[in-house]
Write a new protein. Sequence first.
Lengths: 114, 112
Amino acid sequence: DGGITQSPKYLFRKEGQNVTLSCEQNLNHDAMYWYRQDPGQGLRLIYYSQIVNDFQKGDIAEGYSVSREKKESFPLTVTSAQKNPTAFYLCASSIADRGDTEAFFGQGTRLTVV
Amino acid sequence: LAKTTQPISMDSYEGQEVNITCSHNNIATNDYITWYQQFPSQGPRFIIQGYKTKVTNEVASLFIPADRKSSTLSLPRVSLSDTAVYYCLVGAPRAGRRALTFGSGTRLQVQP
């Protein structure tokens, strides 16, 4: 089945550690996105990529890093520089970064810092 | 990017029709209006999209007045399973312009 897969579903990290969240899609989409969602809040854009080997910062990129070496994959690294990393992280993809296309979301990764 | 404004929350009862209005006063000529639904601990799901007038699918209807400065998502005969957060997005069909900017959404609570 076509879709977008995030792993793991739950992740625990010790303070000061970097951690990488996986996002893979087999929809042949060019655009991919990472969002952060805090309890009771909307989605905030961390990074997005419109094409392989290119990505742009979103509204809250500090403390995060991404790579886009393959069209199918857009991993997000939460670094130790992110002061409050506990949140629900969502990855999405769309045909292109356009307003008339449907975006598909993964099921999310819940990151908890212990 | 056109800013959107939605009510923070709404309450309804099973079987009623629910209308959620989104304001987007500075919508651009080429902008489309898209609505997503999100259940707790899940990613948002596309519901409906439109440019003008009325769009209907098996899930909802979208009403867009002539001036396009607002839009209304209509959910017919809601059930408990429609309890979710609904997001209104505005974006243009032009590559290079960020389209997926979410606001806080409208939290719909359906009561038995």
